[in-house]
Every structure is written in structure tokens, then in C-alpha cells.
Ligand binder design. Structure first.
Ligand code: SF4
Ligand code: SF4
Length: 205
């Protein structure tokens, strides 16, 4: 986690709400997409745990109202992730393609990004409030894309010799991963919480 990570969350609300009046704010989503695409080539889902405004919104905002129930495993299955990814991409490309011929194209495309941001924020807020905070991150199309691009990069390493099996690492993992069997899990968001809490320094990148 970076020093800036806790302060990124409000930008999600600014784009989702103020964007309805100022559609140009939607282009912030393009900046986010471009950055995560590049970082995923080298560090997999590192962006999700360090620079994602929505992730920060969940970790430092939604955590205050979350019931913290276990995230249903089905949300991270490819049966959910591939259709969600395909639907979002198809919706975005279709809406952009029918907008290109219109007047005010730049503003209308900005509004497409704003509407996507708003809808996904509402879904993520509801899931994060009812289940654990990072429920949305289990099937987020951008997380799925990073997983496919660089899921094997920058993996968490575990020293089984020094581990005392206290399971503190698994209690703090926002993705509810089995940290002690982390292997090459491509859905680790590299937040580093498990490393910070481990009393035996058994975990590292
Ligand atoms: S395994 Fe560790 S670094 Fe990866 S998501 Fe869980 S807590 Fe964060
Ligand atoms: S916190 Fe460290 S010592 Fe405890 S189970 Fe996790 S890796 Fe092992």
C-alpha cells in the first residue's frame, strides 16, 4: 500500500455524482484504465491494492458500514467474471460507436464513462455493504483484465519454515485468499497487509 492509497476513494464519488453535471470528469476513468493496463504488464493486480480509487473507496469508506460477511466464492469464478467482462466491454464499445456520429461527441463519451462508474459504484457499494468490502473486486472487469495480462508477475512468497500457522495473514486479506497456500494466485492485489501483520516475517514480494 502506498501513502496516497487511503485518499483515492473520494474521486469515485466525485466522478459518479459530479460527473452527471460535468461529463468530462468521466475521462478520469480512461486515465485509470490506461494506468492499470500498463502496471498489470509488470505487476499483475498491483494497481487494485495500491492505486485503484474504487479499491480505496471500499477499504476506507465502505468498511465503515460493511457487515463483513464472507464473499461468495461464485463471484470469483470465471462463470461470473467472463460474462461481466464481456458485457461491460460490449456495452462500452457499442455506446461509444453510436455516439461518434452525434454532436457533442466528447461530452457524450464522457457521460458513458460516468454512467459506467456510477452503476459499478452502486453495485460495489451494495455488495461491499452486505458482504465483505472487496466483493466487487472478485469479479471487477478491470481486475479480471489485469489477472489475464500479468497474473503471474510479482508474486507473494511464503517461507513455510518460519510460519507458525497463526493465520493472522488470512484474517486481514481483503480478497479473502488462502495466504498460506498462496502459490501463484493471480488474484492477489499486492496490498501488503499480510506482510505487515505477519509476526514471523514469513511473507514477502
Ligand atoms: S495475499 Fe496479502 S498482498 Fe495479496 S491480497 Fe491478500 S493480504 Fe493483500
Ligand atoms: S501471519 Fe505469518 S506466521 Fe502467521 S500464518 Fe500468516 S505467514 Fe504464517
Amino acid at each position: 500500500m502506498l501513502k496516497i492509497t487511503p485518499y483515492l476513494g473520494p474521486s469515485v464519488l466525485i466522478v459518479s455524482i459530479a460527473g452527471l453535471w460535468y461529463p468530462m470528469l468521466g475521462y478520469f476513468m480512461l486515465l485509470v484504465m490506461g494506468t492499470l493496463f500498463i502496471s498489470s504488464i509488470f505487476r499483475g493486480r498491483w494497481f487494485c491494492g495500491n492505486l485503484c480509487p474504487r479499491g480505496s473507496y471500499f477499504d476506507y469508506g465502505i468498511i465503515k458500514i460493511s457487515k463483513k460477511r464472507k464473499i461468495p466464492k461464485v463471484l470469483s469464478s470465471m462463470w461470473v467474471r467472463i460474462p461481466v467482462f464481456s458485457l461491460m466491454m460490449a456495452f462500452m464499445l457499442y455506446r461509444i460507436s453510436v455516439t461518434i456520429a452525434a454532436q457533442n461527441t466528447i461530452e457524450l463519451i464522457g457521460m458513458i464513462f460516468v454512467s459506467i462508474c456510477l452503476v459499478t459504484t452502486v453495485i460495489g457499494t451494495m455488495l461491499g455493504g452486505y458482504f465483505n468490502t472487496r466483493s466487487w473486486c472478485n469479479f471487477c472487469p478491470m481486475g479480471t483484465m489485469q489477472r489475464f495480462i500479468g497474473g503471474k508477475k510479482y508474486q507473494l512468497k511464503m517461507d513455510h519454515e518460519s510460519c507458525i500457522d497463526c493465520k493472522k495473514c488470512e484474517k486481514v486479506c481483503p480478497m479473502e485468499l488462502k495466504v498460506r497456500d498462496i502459490g501463484n494466485n493471480p488474484d492477489c492485489i499486492k496490498c501488503g497487509r499480510c506482510i505487515e501483520i505477519c509476526p514471523k516475517d514469513s511473507l514477502s514480494f
